[in-house]
Design a protein around this ligand. Structure first.
Ligand code: HEM
Length: 365
């Protein structure tokens, strides 16, 4: 009998000898092993493997969105891959409590041996951010040179090269801008929608006026200010100049046309053709929300481990991480579209031809 079974061998296929020989605690090398350092290494390695898978999924979605006319079944593939990323993010969150089984004092046994290394230098994490659309020079809580200066030459060059590619937000914008449905010759959808909004605001105004005599002046003033703010917000949606001003101030990311078309998808998500685009937009929000949640949870973990001590990478630690969680959202524009949603019953009725375009067909040829 041969010593080794023939054909593909489990350990060879998965390259387990390499994988399982990749944990080398520094404390052990120095002759005084800190038991928890192995956990620390393995948790980080597992994260990096999942980051690799996320990049793999994102790259395939980016490929799909790089085409001018994306076939419907390709959108279905893109949605299923984004939904996979969302499930993986669930695992990323669930790993934090495993890390937290290490106490702050256990961590102190080997923490100083790590300086100046830090998750700050996770080049795959940075690639995920950049592929999603977070540009290195748009990071609000950290100076770009400091940020890039933490990476070695190869990693820095890699991130700068990734940044030259179109990101998911760039391709999302082009795709939304190409969407044809709101540009029908005989139907001015946005004119109709604006009319509905004006009616809704005027109705609120009338109610406010009717009740104003029974209200304290402070409440009256607050209500009037609120109504004015709502009017202004809606105006910024329809006024391209105003929209562009908000973009310049960093308050909006997508172009006005892309924003309007994304809103159309959300408003008419029940129409067959818009169901997959709706799921795609939803997946972007889920991914943004999950990364933000992870950032907050990771910031809390850092505080639990370090208190107010600085990080091994030299940042202010918990404070820096909290700021990064608050300032590095990528798809906030899509979240904020909820401001412009209206009850289904108030939606402008779509003309027959447009309804037909938004339906599925069974072609029997
Ligand atoms: C004991 C556990 C951990 C502590 C105390 C900790 C602490 C920190 C601190 C203080 C920073 C800020 C940079 C610095 O000054 O070093 C940081 C950044 C980071 N850490 Fe951790 N970390 C821990 C575990 C992890 C794990 C398991 C991961 C998973 C990959 C991770 C990923 C990251 C990433 C990606 C950043 C950069 C975040 C950004 O700049 O937005 N960390 N960490």
């Amino acid at each position: 009998m041969s010593e080794k079974p023939t054909g593909t061998y489990y350990g060879d296929y998965l390259e387990l000898p390499t994988l399982l020989d990749s944990q080398h605690p520094k404390s052990k090398a120095l002759g005084n092993e800190a038991h928890e350092e192995t956990l620390f290494i393995i948790v980080h390695q597992v994260y990096e493997l999942w980051f690799k898978q996320i990049i793999h999924e994102f790259n395939s979605v980016l490929d799909i969105f790089s085409t001018e006319n994306i076939p419907e079944n390709f959108i279905a593939t893109a949605v299923s891959r984004m939904e996979r990323v969302i499930k993986i993010q669930g695992l990323l969150l669930d790993q934090l409590p495993v890390m937290e089984t290490m106490s702050p004092m256990d961590f102190l046994e080997f923490r100083d041996l790590l300086v100046p290394a830090s998750g700050f230098q996770s080049v795959q994490f940075r690639e995920i951010e950049v592929r999603m659309g977070l540009k290195t020079n748009e990071r609000k809580s950290v100076d770009r040179d400091y940020f890039l200066g933490r990476l070695n030459k190869t990693d820095k060059e890699h991130i700068l090269a990734v940044e030259k590619d179109d990101s998911l937000i760039d391709l999302l914008q082009s795709w939304l801008e190409r969407m044809p449905f709101t540009k029908q010759a005989d139907f001015n959808f946005w004119g109709e929608y604006e009319g509905v909004i004006e009616k809704m605001i005027s109705k609120d105004e009338a109610i406010m006026k009717k009740n104003s005599s029974s209200m304290p002046q402070m409440v009256r003033e607050a209500n009037a200010a609120n109504l004015e703010a709502t009017r202004k917000t809606f105006k910024s949606l329809f006024d391209e100049g105003l929209h562009d001003q908000l973009r310049k101030k960093g308050k909006r990311t997508l172009s006005q046309r892309a924003t309007l078309n994304a809103l159309f998808i959300l408003l008419y998500r029940d129409e067959p053709i818009l169901q997959l685009p709706y799921r795609f937009l939803t997946s972007l929000m889920d991914i943004d929300e999950n990364f933000t949640t992870w950032r907050y949870r990771h910031a809390l973990m850092a505080q639990r481990m370090l208190g107010t001590k600085i990080g091994t990478g030299g940042s202010s630690g918990h404070h820096y991480l909290k700021m990064a969680a608050e300032n590095n959202r990528v798809y906030e524009d899509i979240f904020n579209l909820s401001t412009f949603l209206i009850p289904r019953t108030e939606l402008p009725k779509l003309p027959k031809e447009l309804k037909r375009m938004l339906s599925f067909y069974f072609i029997n040829d």
